[in-house]
Ligand binder design. Structure first.
Ligand code: GLN
Length: 485
């Protein structure tokens, strides 16, 4: 059962070939057998999952099911789900049970999707390898000595190993697209404002956006249909008419202009990854797309700008974790200041502390103008590069990550090397644009490579069309890691 895409699972449920309870039991059994070696999950709740599955079966029996009713899914452990431990991969939230549902959680539950568990992630979504989690690293299902990417590495690995057919993630600088690329699954980060951030533990609020992982573009469209939509509780949620993200999937690509940024195909891109991405672009040409060379002249400033803005916002957002209101509190302290100091010193890991320090520094009097304000200006220039590029093309294509999955430990002591993992994804977040990654081949060591497709604002349906047509012509997304039967 785990080998079928979402639409086929929905068809099986609708035809009563199997019940949601059977399907969920099958997935729970897979998780029990395989997750010990992967560490993709922080929490799995069999009882809650089976109760939701039975409720979905009743709904299906009444003929009231939708495309996700009865389908097992997992949420990245920064989406609040009522009654579920929600840790954000951190010790400081390791004992925190969410008292309410995130908008995304509410929406998917409303569709009848069955939450089986919460997935592992880099602490507070800070990282590109999943090694900063308090719960230990996630292993890449294709090679367990390697990272799955991050920060949504648990969700990407869970889908790659078919522990669940689909899962949520968040992408602040690449945390859906980069792990999707490294794990050989499809993943989409929608336009900023398309999916509500209500109930998502905040990292960098002007960049954070929820999205999804699945086997195929069609799966992503189904997930997005449930997740996207206006929510008055998120002040940056955009009010626009609802849309069916599947509507253009079948349309041919003839005449579609695909922008190829000169700055994406340089020596920074590993040759094995470049070969797969170029092969994918050739396939798009065969399908009728027209390549157009474009330039994103401020691309080289994206990583430095992000590492001013994201830490600045993080230092402010994370000030709420003080040991008083919720979460972990240091056991012994002398007075209130000591309580704050000890709680935060013991509760946060090294990468989170590094970001808080950098953020407080760039926001401080005397450095604000030189760093933070300057970064905001360059952010505008980066967004303008895309606006100009989209005058010449309909979508942009390139790599999602500069390399295939790297060995565990290889970059964990070198923050700058780790930050460069998001070279091709971060500018999209700074501009607020949507981007996706779909499997497009195998590079060094037989490891998966992703093709990134970037769209204009709210052009997810077109990006999904490109990805779907590509997936009709190729079978990279159907390949499975060996030894995970
Ligand atoms: N890797 C980037 C970072 O560490 C992006 C993380 C993300 O998208 N959440 O900040």
């Amino acid at each position: 059962m785990h080998d079928r895409p979402l639409a086929a699972l929905a068809a099986g449920l609708a035809a009563r070939e199997f019940s949601s309870e059977e399907l969920v039991r099958h997935q729970l059994d897979r998780i029990a057998r395989l997750d010990g070696g992967l560490n993709a999950f922080i929490t799995v709740d069999e009882e809650k999952a089976l109760a939701a599955a039975r409720a979905a079966d009743e709904r299906l029996a009444r003929g009231e099911g939708g495309p996700l009713t009865g389908i097992p899914i997992a949420h990245k452990d920064l989406f609040c789900a009522k009654g579920w431990k929600t840790t954000c991969g951190s010790k400081i939230l390791s004992n925190w049970v969410a008292p309410y549902d995130a908008h995304v959680v509410e929406r998917l539950a409303g569709e009848g999707a069955v939450l089986v568990g919460k997935t592992n992630m880099d602490e507070f979504a800070m990282g590109s390898s999943n090694e900063s989690s308090f719960y230990g690293p996630v292993k890449n299902p294709w090679d367990r000595t390697r990272v799955p990417g991050g920060s949504s590495g648990g969700s990407a690995a869970a889908v790659a190993a078919r522990l669940v057919p689909a899962a949520t993630g968040t992408d602040t600088g690449g945390s859906i697209r980069q792990p999707a690329s490294l794990c050989g699954v499809s993943g989409i980060r929608p336009t900023y404002g398309a999916v509500s951030r209500y109930g998502m533990v905040a990292f960098a609020s002007s960049l954070d956006q929820g999205g999804a992982f699945g086997e195929s573009a069609e799966d992503l469209a189904l997930m997005l249909n449930a997740m996207a939509g206006f929510d008055p509780r998120d002040s940056t949620s955009v009010e626009r008419p609802g849309e069916d993200y599947r509507r253009d999937l079948a349309k041919p690509l003839a005449g579609l202009r695909v922008g190829l940024p000169r700055e994406y195909f340089t020596a920074d891109l590993a040759p094995d990854v470049a070969a797969c991405v170029t092969g994918a672009i050739d396939e798009l040409k065969r399908l009728g797309a027209v390549p157009v060379e474009i330039s994103l002249p401020n691309q080289h400033l994206a990583v430095p700008v992000y590492y001013v803005i994201a830490p600045a916002e993080a230092s402010s957002n994370l000030s709420r974790f003080d040991g008083v209101r919720y979460g972990f509190r240091a056991a012994e302290y002398a007075d209130l200041n000591d309580l704050y100091r000890k709680t935060r010193a013991q509760g946060f890991g090294a990468e989170v502390k590094r970001r808080i320090l950098v953020g407080a520094y760039v926001l401080s009097h005397g450095y604000y103008d030189a760093y933070y304000l300057q970064a905001q200006k360059v952010r505008r220039l980066i967004a303008r590069d895309f606006t100009e590029a989209f005058e010449a093309c309909d979508v942009i294509a390139g790599p999602a990550a500069p390399t295939v999955a790297f060995p565990l430990g290889e970059k964990s002591n070198d923050p700058v090397q780790m930050y460069l993992e998001d070279l091709y994804t971060i500018s999209v977040n700074l501009a607020g644009l949507p981007g996706l990654s779909v499997p497009c081949g195998f590079g060094a060591h037989g490891l998966p490579v992703g093709l990134q497709v970037i769209g204009n604002y709210f052009d997810e349906a077109r990006m999904l069309q490109v990805a779907h047509r590509y997936q009709l012509a190729t079978d990279w997304h159907r390949r499975r890691p060996g030894n995970l039967r």
